[in-house]
Each structure stands twice: as C-alpha cells, then as structure tokens.
Design a protein around this ligand. Sequence first.
Ligand code: GCU
Length: 682
Amino acid sequence: TAQKDYKLWLQYNKVTNSKILNEYQSAIKGIHAFGKSETIAIANKELQQGLSGLLGHEINSSTNENTTNTLVLGTVNQLSTVLQQNTKKETASINNEGFVIKTIQSGNKKQILITAKTDTGVLYGVFHFLKLLQTNQSIENLAITDSPRINIRMLNHWDNLDRTVERGYAGFSLWNWQKLPEFIDQRYIDYARANASIGINGTVINNVNANALILTPQYLEKVEALAKVFRPYGIKVYLTARFSAPIEIGKLKTADPYDVEVQKWWKDKAAEIYARIPDFGGFLVKANSEGQPGPQNYGRNHVDGANMLADAVAPFGGIVMWRAFVYSEHDADDRAKQAYSEFVPYDGKFRDNVIVQVKNGAIDFQPREPFHPMFGAMPKTPLMMEFQVTQEYLGFSTHLVYLPKLYQEVLESDTYSKGKGSTVAKIIDGSLDNHKITGIAGVANIGNDLNWTGHPFAQANWYGFGRLAWNPYEDSKTIAEDWLRMTFSNEEKFIKPVKEMMLESREAVVNYMTPLGLHHIMDTGHHYGPGPWVSNLSRPEWNPTYYHKADKNGIGFDRSSTGSNATAQYAPEVAKMFDNTATCPEKDLLWFHHLSWDYKLKNGETLWNSLALKYQEGVNQVAAMNTTWNTMGNYVDEVPFKEVQMLLNIQHKEAKWWRDACLLYFQQYSGKELPKGVEKPT
Ligand code: GCU
C-alpha cells in the first residue's frame, strides 16, 4: 500500500458508480493521437494508463481518427481540417499552454477532442480530462476551454547538494547527484508527471541559500540530465545563483556587479548553461539576506545585482527572479517594513526580464500574515508570489493543515492599489498593471519519503498550490474536493466530512499557534513548537518577544500610526482599515496593535479571555478532526489511514502543548484567570 500513496492524486481507481462507468465506457472506445512528439507520446500513454484503470479495461490507442467514440488528441496544426474548423473559435481564445476539450458530433459520429496550440497544452488537456473521470463528472457534452493565468508556475526546492533539504520534512532531496547524470531515477519522471498534471512548468532544483558548485561543469552536466527528463512534461529547470560565485568558482577577486570581468563571467556562465540546456529558465537569487552575499557587499544595490544577471541571460530568453526577502538587524524597529522600504524605491528600474519574488507576508510564512505591502506598491515591476508549501511554521509534516485556504486568503486580499478590486491575484497574474512576465512559486514540501510529502494530506498542498498557480481565482474548496476524490474516494459520506476537516484545518492551526494576529512565537532555530519566552537571540528581530511585546499593559505589535506605522505602507484605504482597532479585522488585531488585556473584542469578551478561548478552540478543532477521521477507515487504504490517525493524535497533543505553553507564559503578564471553557494545563 505504500505504493498507492506514491501515486499521489493520479490513482486512476476503477469507477465504482456503475451508471457513470457505463457512460464512460460507451463514450471512449479508442484513442487517436495526431503527432509524434515525445510529449504527445506521454499524453497518449497517460490516457491509456488512466483509462485502463478508471474503466477497468485497455483502450486501443491507434484507432482510426474517424471512428465514433474515439478520443482524439493533438495540437491544432496537426489536426484534420474538419477538426480544425470545428474548434476554431475555441482555440483562438486560449493561450500557448491552454487547451480545448470538446465533444464533436456529426451525424452518428461522436468524438471527444483534446487540442491545444502546443504539445504541452495537449498534455494539460489530457490530465484535465482524466480529472473529470477521476471525479466522476459527466463527459456527455464537453465544451471546455482553459488557459493558465500565470506564466511561470514553479516549485522552489530548498535542496542542498548533500541531499539535505532546508525546512524539508519529507526525507532527503529527490536529486541523487552522485548517480547523475547517467542514472535516471524513475522518481524524476514521476515527479515531472505529477507536476505536469497540475500545470507546474518550472522548478528551481537547489536551495536559495545557494552553493556555487551547482554552476560548475561537474554539476551542470547533472542538471542537464534532469532538464532532459523534465522537458517533455513542459517543465523548465532554473537554478539559484550564489552572488559570490565568480569568486568561489571563477577565481575572480570580486563579485562586484560593476566590474567588467564579473559581468563577463556571468555572461560566459549563462552561455555555458544554455549550450547544455537551451530552454534553461534562469536564475533565482537570494542576495543580501540572512548573510547571503549580494551587490550591497560592494556598495551596489539590488537593481545593480539583478540587472547584471538579467543581462547575462537575456540573449537566451532567460529571466532573473530576485527575492525581496530582506531584513537587517541595523534597522530593527520593525522587520515587517524593511523589504518594502528597500525595494519600492526601485520600482521601474529593473530590466524587463527581472521579476521580484515576494513572500506572501512581510515576516516569514507564519500561520497567518496580512498580505505583503509590496503587492500593489510596485506597479512598474512584475512581482512574483512566493508561498511556502513546506510547513516550516505550521507543524512540519506532522500537522494536517490544508494550505490552499491560506493561499486563497492572500490571493483574494484587496490591495486597493488601483481602487477597490485590486486583489493580490490581479497583481501577480499581471492583469492589473499589464505585465508580460508573471509568476508564482511554492517552496516545495517534497522529498524522497515513500509518499513524497511525509504527511499523506500534505500531498494536497502540493496539488492545491499547482491548481492555484494555474488559476489564482479558484476556490480552495473545489480543489480540496477534487483532491479527495482523485486520491481516496468519490463516496459522498467520505468527501463531505473530510473536506470540511481540511477546510477548517488552517484556522485550527492559527488558533492553537498564533490566534488574533500573533506571529513568530515559535521556538527558535527549528521553528517547531511554542517559544514565546525566547528573548536572548543575537539579533533582536529573531526573538519572539520582539513580536508579541507582552507586558503588564497588554500584548501585540503596534504597527499603527502610533507605533511603527507599517500600516502606512498599504494603500490609504487598507492603511486606514488596519490602523483603526475598530476596523482592523480581529484575525489581524495583534499584528497591528498593542492592546490592553481588558480590551473588549466584538464578542464582548476581554482580549485575555478571547485569546485563551481561541487557543482552546484550536485544540477542540483538532479533536474534532480526530473524531471525523476515525470513522473513515472504510474509504482509505490501511497505511495512509493509520498514518493520518497517528499524526492527528500527535497534532492534538501538540495543539494542547501550544495552548498551555502560550497561555501560561502570557498569564504571567495578564495576571488573569483562564476563562470558563479553557482547560487547565496539566
Ligand atoms: C526562512 C527560513 C530559512 C530560509 C529563509 C528564506 O527564514 O527559516 O531557512 O532560508 O526563510 O526564505 O530565504
């Protein structure tokens, strides 16, 4: 059964509802594929594999294109003229990666056509079609046109060359550098296939805390081998570039972006990479952040650094993703303000092939953060979203947390940068400010664990990230439901309660870790478990006490106009809302305000009581998740069923740990009793 988990959401179990099975079996008698590319062959094979599982028998894949009940696939220019004519309108409306799935009826003949402008589009169409069957939807009268809204939909692997994974909780890195390039692990192919099934088209295979060795010929040869595996799945490889690489592997004395030898070194390096990997995507750079080298080491700035690298890859069509995750101890009144202060003045100064990659919130992937104020503040610069799929601050791969809920909350946030409706989604998909390069990255939660992600439900976060990268306007509910159907079962008695459990899981983790806008109160270094008392770290902005500021008078970080004034970094409408305790959403209250323990919340309770009750609610929610899951044994294989059961037990225990630790600690300041309904710490 371990092998079943390995198949992720591509289980292709036989359809159990006989009426639906019948419909599918009679509608699909054969497959005809136009075109002979590697990608079309992959699409064809996927269909055969998927259909033989779902329908319970093999489908002939070389059927005559004119036969009725044939599934026809191919790019538009490979189709017969009749089929081309038949889908002209639809294909005109899709982009290069989009697809059309259409039922075509003429006389007694009925066919389903999957077409696109490119081979990759056809592959995406095939996966979409299989999803319809996996989720038991009707295929009677199909008329689907779909295109991704964001160009670059990528995973960021924080994988080191020794195969450890920074903030990775699912085993070691997938990439076996020692055996590459000759040995191609089947896992690379399955990885590419899983990504293609959700539309992911890029991967940064190494850590943002980069090792320059990846850029040496010894490693580039291995990277080239991976790129070759991923290419037919529509996935481009990108690398992180260590800014000091010209010194470390190039024997230069400096990495100053103004130095002509340094510029030449990067140009030559780019040419060398592109000679091996003609479709290489480009570089992701973490510079002058958490001790990483960067242009500031030479008195230059982010624009200087990014543009130098951009010029090196531009002749080959490459891009530079320059990260905005910067903060320094020298300007520590409010870490949340620093990235904005450092980057916003550079708006419009980056080259056309630079995209600035911004984390969803201004601190660091906390269970809840208000959207990053940079979104909406740099209209002349394309901004790329960076979400974390790996659960660095959300219980690693031990806690069940359905992250698309978090992603959706951020994507739907209104920046008001061009008036009401200027959502974060519209900024990153380029529609608000008319950008050509658009992107979204997810820090991967994948490793070499048998089930890829450690927690069986963490697969849903990989899946859901891909779905939202394709369409940032999609509802996380739909995504959860699809994932459950594809992975486990189509039984309503399973879907409904387990979907609810997933959808609530994100609020649960916020409640038992950081309710009401608290943040960064985890234990230090590993970031697992509570540590609100930690106050002795070498950099002030690493200490949890810096963030919650609990004292006898109250709790919370005053980022309003009476405090650090971080609220002023938002558009006036948003700034005003956050600035005022009466309009600030309670879920963000202590992010923006320092309030007395007796402050009254909308429920009429004091802040202290409300905080305690939220912690308790989180614990109760996990208890309810346990109860729900315990009745689901009939719908799930034994191994994942038991694994989730054990994991939920740990999560329940640790939710109480969080509640007790935080409440006992904060109680020293509030000096108040726990309200009724909150369990006493044992
Ligand atoms: C967090 C994380 C680091 C990581 C950094 C980054 O701070 O703890 O491990 O390197 O983010 O995103 O660069």
